[in-house]
Design a protein around this ligand. Sequence first.
Ligand code: RP5
Length: 303
Amino acid sequence: MRRELLNCIHTFHCQIHSRTTTRTMISHVKCRNSLYPYSRKPVNRLFVPDDKVPWSVNWPEYDPPSFSVVTKQSWEDSDLTDPNFKPKWNVVDSAVNRRSFIGQYKLLDGVPLNIVGRTGLKGRGRLGKWGPNHAADPIVTRWKRNSDGYKVYHSETKKPVLQFVAIQRSDTGEWALPGGMVDSGESVNETLKREFCEEAINTLSLSDTQKEGISRNIGDFFNHGQKIYQGYVDDPRNTDNSWMETTVTNFHDDTGEIVGEFPLMAGDDATNVRWTDLNHDLKLYANHADFLREVSCRLESHG
Ligand code: RP5
């Protein structure tokens, strides 16, 4: 009875999910009403109730604090008051993608406005770009198997258990997908593979010959992904003027003989890496758990 109920809930959830994913799966919770993450001094956001999120809702007194971290890295946008900085919004601007997957974002006094709505904080926060900051998130999956190589089925739902590669972020300590920013001029496919290799296999520590070997082995695997989502990320770093967007792609190793056999080693921005069982109550960075739910529905796994 309990199994039937669980399966029924899962099926219902998947039906709802398939109607809402990719275009409208927008969550805007972790970037509101919280302390801004990992700042030396606490940065408080102004409280933004649900009904005041849309910019179209009149709120004349809205005057949130401002916070921007300036590191002077080459990929970082300059201050908008810099006369030499002349970004072109809503287009690909000299190899920097300033378009949003959601649509045209508006500007207020020349400053981009968060495409989803208010966050209670002005400025660029810790993000490098004003407006959309584009990332790519690979979801690398395999079936959980027992020591004899047979798939493991969940005792209650009787569905096969899926495992995915998760990394632990060095900044917040939260578990997350091994994603990262799309570099200027880089294709999303290149980012997906590069970020997985850097964060989950630690290719940055390998010699060029070792890197080439790995690249040959997993190159083909990374050419056959299933796009899961393109759009806004509910990232705790988002502000009223800077926000994360991502392309999420699932790379599934059905036999477990390709990437499933790879020795994982955390590298770059990751302090830990592991194969993680997919479960409905996973707590992950930003809204990464939403993306995994979609994969679970598509592959009909437990979760
Ligand atoms: C999230 O931040 C994205 O989904 C991606 O996982 C990540 C990219 O930022 P960094 O890990 O490069 O900081 O919003």
